[in-house]
Design a protein around this ligand. Structure first.
Ligand code: SAH
Length: 368
């Protein structure tokens, strides 16, 4: 089957059709004119369903204190070189107010993973405080790792309505090659967290890193089918970036080049846009770290969300989940004007002062 025949399986307005595992693999391997066909169709599909709007989530990196030791992550608790911090309540609220003033419409609170009572209570309170700003005008996304269903429920009731928890790798064998194989890093537990989030009613986001050691095109094809099968509202995918103070660093010569990881990420985004035309997909900062134009390329491949960093500058360099993270030195308001110009240059625009909910989620939950 040719690439154009495969692409013709999905029409401009169909959302229920999908590709087979083998078709996805062929699309992931597309080169030259075939690759161009894929990217063109993905962009056309996005524009038809979601227009040329980009939604912003002001990213607040709340704390780098983490109880886990994932083999890829620079802030794993076993990395003793990291200076640990937690933002004060005032700092978080200042960030959220800044997001509101800049018209971002929503914030995303991300952190190293903790599940102790003090942390859970603190987050509950912070969510409530953020929701008080201008009578709940900010949307709140959380990205705080694995928690009990009860905790997820408490945070939902406090006002959070979106949650990001990447599966990281949907193949259990690969999962255990990039995580320790122990009770703290249990694959089934991660799956069950995603199911709890969906059940509670969060707009649930998941995703994977692309270009991991031991990852194959079969794995990546299955990752996309996993997102489709779970019917998630949001997906984030970015290139894996080896960090020198992590165990996976030893495989840095055995992974695809940075360029290839970027290219594969873009293909993953494009294929998923065809499979799930109405979901929110983020142009991850990792894209920009690997390629200065990476975020724009992701937007043109089908992404529609950007998460500008609002973390106070003095803490940013301690939240290096991967090295050389983009925008670590930028001031929040600089990011802002830079974004408008960059997006206008590729025919897109920010939708200010809106939550920018997932159209897929809204449609699914609309009264029948
Ligand atoms: N503790 C939270 C937030 C993790 S950071 C959680 O577990 O959900 C957000 C994402 O950064 C992770 O889900 C992971 O996919 C990505 N990430 C971590 N280390 C990375 C690396 N070395 N290269 C690229 N992405 C990485």
């Amino acid at each position: 089957m040719s690439i154009s025949e495969i692409l013709n399986k999905v029409g401009p307005s169909t959302s229920s059709e999908t590709f087979t595992h083998e078709e996805i693999k062929l699309l992931l391997a597309a080169e030259g004119d075939d690759k161009k066909l894929l990217f063109d169709k993905a962009l056309q599909t996005k524009l038809a369903h979601l227009d040329n709007y980009v939604h912003l989530r002001g990213l607040i990196e709340y704390s780098n204190i983490c109880t886990k030791y994932c083999l890829y992550c620079g802030v794993r608790c076993k990395n003793l070189k990291v200076e640990r911090y937690t933002l004060s309540d005032e700092e978080v609220i200042e960030c959220a107010k800044l997001a509101h003033e800049l018209g971002y419409g929503s914030v995303a609170l991300q952190s190293g993973e903790r599940s102790d009572k003090a942390f859970v209570d603190k987050i509950t309170n912070l969510v409530k405080e953020i929701k008080k700003i201008d009578n709940g005008s900010l949307g709140v996304t959380l990205s705080l790792g694995e928690q009990t269903e009860e905790t997820y429920r408490r945070w939902f009731e406090a006002g959070a309505h979106r949650y990001l928890l990447r599966i990281e790798a949907s193949n259990e064998d690969l999962y255990y090659k990039i995580h320790p194989h122990d009770a703290k890093h249990d694959f089934k537990q991660r799956l069950s967290c995603i199911d709890s989030l969906l059940k509670i009613g969060y707009q649930t986001g998941t995703g994977v890193m692309v270009g991991l050691p031991f990852q194959t095109l079969d794995d990546l094809a299955d990752d996309l089918l996993f997102f489709k099968q779970k019917d998630v509202a949001m997906v984030g995918m970015g290139p894996f970036i080896p960090h020198p103070d992590t165990p996976l660093w030893q495989y840095r010569d055995q992974i695809p080049s940075a360029e290839e990881r970027m290219e594969l990420t873009l293909k993953m985004i494009a294929i998923l846009r065809l499979m799930m035309p109405e979901i929110n997909m983020v142009a991850a900062t990792a894209n920009q770290t690997v390629d200065p134009q990476g975020r724009e390329k992701a937007i043109l491949a089908g992404a529609n969300v950007i998460m500008p960093n609002l973390t106070p500058n003095e803490f940013r360099e301690n939240y290096l989940i991967y090295p050389d993270k983009a925008c670590v030195k930028d001031k929040p308001d600089e990011c802002h004007s830079c974004l408008d110009v960059r997006l206008a240059a590729i025919g897109h625009k920010v939708l200010y002062n809106a939550w920018g909910d997932s159209v897929a989620f809204t449609r699914k939950n609309a009264p029948k």
